[in-house]
Write a protein that binds this ligand. Structure first.
Ligand code: 5RP
Length: 262
């Protein structure tokens, strides 16, 4: 990797654990108003202090984030369809590379819809184009896989989507946790992070994060299970205990309760 690419790539990882927590608050770009993200400033600060990177849209970044932020930004650069559209995530490039540079993005994120009849080809080519442009400027690309309806998110599908994304040149892949997750991480050429998905009880979300780390994930890219938690700051710290400090699920959940009730 060239110096700029290496530096941006390294910036999203915790230097001690070598792992990462992206705090994902980009949901509004296709879901509109989202529970927990009404007041974006409140949803981001001070939770972001306990994460390694912030994943969001350019609109939210400009409107709601203090430019004094000391965390790397993972910028969403794809869009095209909304939650109302059956063809969810038939996305194209919606933010140019110059804008990503202007916003000092450490990484750009593009959603690819592998295995769908209507949007596979477009999104695979869109991802490839983003990678081409981002590489020119030394910016790593995060491929976001498997968001959308009707997908069978098993290890066979997720390892295919992950491996394809890496082969296309993504420097990191975001996917979902599944049974036999090691099959996904071991067949990837690049680090893999898991999305949290829909809000589930805190203990279950911590269990999922713990399992993903045990099975080779480089970290998590978590949104709803943080900002929709009863106590987002406590939940982010509990996730941090698992990802960065090797805590068990019980230890992390106890920490969550302690901070929440404290
Ligand atoms: C949507 C996204 C989200 O950032 C991603 O799904 C992570 O959020 P959550 O943990 O709520 O699933 O990329 O396209």
């Amino acid at each position: 990797m060239d110096w700029g690419m290496q530096n941006r790539f390294n910036s999203v990882f915790n230097p001690e654990s070598g792992k990462t927590i992206f705090y994902a608050v980009d949901h509004g770009y296709f879901m509109g108003p989202t529970t927990g993200l009404g007041d974006m400033h409140k949803a981001i600060h001070p939770i972001i202090d306990y994460a390694d990177a912030l994943m969001l849209t350019r609109g939210a970044l400009r409107a709601s984030v203090d430019p004094a932020l000391r965390k790397p930004v993972v910028l969403r650069v794809s869009s095209g369809t909304s939650i109302l559209n059956q063809d969810l995530l038939h996305e194209g490039i919606s933010v140019g590379i110059e804008e990503a540079v202007r916003l000092n993005a450490a990484m750009v994120a593009f959603s690819v819809m592998i295995g769908t009849e209507s949007s596979e080809r477009d999104t695979v080519l869109g991802l490839s184009k983003v990678i081409d442009e981002a590489e020119r400027y030394g910016i790593p690309t995060l491929a976001v896989t498997a968001v959308g309806r009707g997908l069978n998110r098993d290890a066979r599908y997720l390892s295919l989507a992950t491996r394809m994304s890496a082969e296309l040149g993504a420097r990191m892949v975001k996917t979902y946790y599944c049974d036999d997750f090691e099959r996904v991480t071991s067949s990837s050429l690049v680090p893999v992070v898991i999305a949290g998905g829909k809000k589930i009880p805190e203990n279950d979300a911590l269990t999922m994060a713990w399992r993903a780390i045990q099975e080779g994930a480089a970290g998590v890219d978590m949104g709803r299970n943080i900002f929709q938690s009863e106590n987002p700051v406590a939940m982010m710290q509990a996730v941090g205990a698992i990802v960065h400090k090797g805590a068990t699920v019980d230890e992390a959940y106890e920490l969550y309760l302690e901070l929440k009730n404290g």
